[in-house]
Write a protein that binds this ligand. Structure first.
Ligand code: NAD
Length: 250
């Protein structure tokens, strides 16, 4: 997932300011904290009270030195011979990520992807409630999707205020995404998760994160390509007529 902010400038930056409650964390640390949190919740569910840095690092898929450094930014060093108290660490990470505050989410675009997102239980279980659904298609307005009625996009501004919506999710076609982003921003939303394959332009103070599974696949394709060139085998069928030996389709 990538981040755009302030007129499309790339790069994640925490705007949490310095201080003991809101440490100015490196971008990469912020990106890893949700992984630690997910692993810690799994450990709690398994009945575990404490974890070593090695155990948590393995569960989160990072190296333990990096994990210790990340957690030291939170003022969490663990206890020698005991490790980290999982409940305490969960509280610290949730506090730093601002997950202790309820943030309503609006989803715009109730097509194939929007329906899947609206029904995804993983948002609620991690503290995000989709509280409003919007679409521009009159045929979709009024449709009940997982217990919520789809509203017309014209209702966005009033609903954002009423429902105190903090985060907007865009699942419209790319051609509509900028206009939807503009409407979200005008309504007071300052965080946007964009699934549309386009770059959004937003004013200073508005954070945009972009999710594009096709980009992830292209990165995997690069690795497949590299592996194939390294060992002379291609795990794919080349598109087009003739692929050179060792080349996989882009
Ligand atoms: N990020 C990813 O990995 C990923 C994966 C799949 C799809 N997508 C993208 O997600 C978007 C949605 O894909 P889909 O397959 O659900 O498309 P879709 O055509 O099924 O649905 C799009 C919905 O957006 C609505 N819409 C159009 N203009 C609007 C506007 N101005 N305001 C509000 N609603 C509007 C349409 O009425 C429709 O219901 C596309 O941009 C697609 O490229 C991204």
């Amino acid at each position: 997932m990538s981040q755009q902010r302030s007129g499309g400038e790339a790069g994640l930056s925490t705007r949490n300011g310095a201080g003991p409650d809101f440490p100015d964390l490196p971008d990469a640390t912020v990106a890893r904290l949700p992984e630690y949190l997910r692993s810690l919740h799994q450990m709690l569910e398994a009945g575990q009270d404490t974890t070593s840095s090695e155990g948590l690092a393995a569960a989160a898929g990072v190296n333990s030195a990096k994990l210790r450094k990340d957690l030291s930014h939170l003022g969490s060093y663990g206890t020698r011979g005991v490790g980290y108290d999982i409940t305490r660490l969960v509280e610290q990470i949730e506090h730093v990520l601002g997950l202790t505050i309820h943030r309503g989410v609006a989803l715009v675009g109730l097509g194939n992807l929007g329906h899947a997102l609206a029904g995804y239980a993983g948002f609620a279980s991690r503290g995000f409630e989709i509280v409003a659904l919007f679409d521009a298609d009159p045929a979709r307005v009024g449709e009940m999707v997982h217990g919520l009625a789809v509203r017309h996009i014209d209702q966005l501004a009033v609903t954002v205020t009423q429902e105190r919506i903090a985060i907007g999710v865009i699942a419209t076609p790319a051609r509509a995404a900028q206009s939807v982003a503009d409407q979200l921003v005008a309504a007071g939303v300052t965080s946007i998760l964009n699934f549309a394959p386009c770059v959004l332009s937003v004013p200073e103070g508005v954070d945009v994160r972009k999710v594009d599974l096709a980009v992830e696949l292209q990165i995997l394709s690069f690795h497949e390509h590299r592996k194939a060139n390294g060992n002379g085998q291609a795990n794919g069928v080349a598109r087009g007529s003739a692929a050179r030996p060792g080349e996989v389709a882009a």
